[in-house]
Design a protein around this ligand. Structure first.
Ligand SMILES: C[S@@+](CC[C@H](N)C(=O)[O-])C[C@H]1O[C@@H](n2cnc3c(N)ncnc32)[C@H](O)[C@@H]1O
Length: 285
């Protein structure tokens, strides 16, 4: 993902984009229970006010959109994404689940200005705000789009999920920690807003933060099949993204893990999932 061009740099249905779509679909399975609790909290905070007009900003394959359609039976979701491949995925899933009439895909770049969404009761932005070139401007647009008292639900990941024990029995110990250090350095350059003080930015944009929580996914071995696939897809993407930057020995270890349909990784004792995201619900005051 090239600097300032990250929103054009992946997707369109092949290579990197399909991998990301696959990861997002598996992520949806791994986080489903947490999202159900979180959307339940949104419903509590909305109280008696209707949640009909929803915008999913940076919808990806629609994890949030579908969770919200389930939670709010009267809602229609406008799903905004720069990536047409993602929107195609989402539209196909919507048709499969019989909710095509409740999803409106909008191909747009939120960095270029707010798309034509109309007034909204709820805006959802999950792992998308840190992709924006100017999140503060986008938050101001979200504020302007919400009706008075409308809600913004935002989820941000501070770091990538972890899967490997420190000593995996092949190569030098600490492989995953070294991968993360390299990925964090790349992120500091390309995604400078990741891990920033979002509550402060929300308040500066005129929101009142009503709810703050961590969504913690902690799956111990033996992992269910989707969690294994999630680990495999994420580590493959890591291997591809970090390629030349990884020390040779770590590259070899990762290749051993991923060889022959990821046989070694899939059967690795101690394969687990640890992922923490921060989530906020804020009101337009
Ligand atoms: C990490 S994915 C998260 C997808 C989804 N919200 C989820 O939680 O599974 C980030 C998404 O934001 C989209 N995105 C990135 N920059 C964007 C922009 N400037 N405008 C609209 N969408 C954007 C990407 O194409 C991608 O689908």
């Amino acid at each position: 993902m090239a600097h300032q061009h990250h929103h054009h740099g992946h997707g369109h249905g092949h290579g990197d984009g399909s991998d990301l779509a696959e990861i997002l679909l598996l992520d949806a399975e791994v986080t489903a229970a947490h999202l159900a609790v979180f959307t339940g909290r949104i419903a509590e905070l909305a109280g008696d006010t209707a949640v009909h007009r929803v915008v999913d900003l940076g919808s990806g394959t629609g994890t949030g959109a579908f969770a919200l359609l389930r939670r709010f039976p009267g809602a229609v979701v406008t799903a905004v994404d720069t990536d047409e491949g993602m929107l195609r995925h989402l539209t196909e899933s919507a048709a499969r689940h019989g909710v095509a009439d409740r999803i409106r895909p909008v191909h747009a770049d939120a960095d270029a200005g707010w798309p034509e969404t109309g007034e909204a009761d709820l805006v959802w932005a999950s792992s998308s705000m840190h992709h924006m070139n100017d999140p503060d401007r986008v938050l101001a647009d979200v504020h302007a789009t919400l009706r008075p008292g409308g809600l913004l639900a935002m989820i941000e990941m501070e770091s990538m999920p972890r899967f490997l024990p420190d000593d995996i029995g092949i190569g030098a110990s600490g492989l995953e920690a070294r991968c993360h250090a390299l990925a964090d350095a790349a992120k500091a350059e390309h995604l400078p807003h990741m891990g920033s003080d979002w509550p402060a930015r929300l308040r500066a944009a005129g929101f009142t933060v009503l709810d703050s929580r961590d969504l913690v996914v902690d799956l111990a071995p033996p992992l269910p099949a989707p969690a294994v696939r999630y680990a495999v897809a994420t580590l493959k993407r890591f291997r591809a993204g970090l390629a030349e930057r990884l020390p040779a020995e770590d590259r070899e270890t990762l290749d051993t893990l991923l060889a022959k349909d990821e046989h070694v990784l899939r059967h690795l004792p101690g394969l687990s999932v640890h992922s923490t995201r921060s989530a906020w619900i804020a009101a337009r005051s």
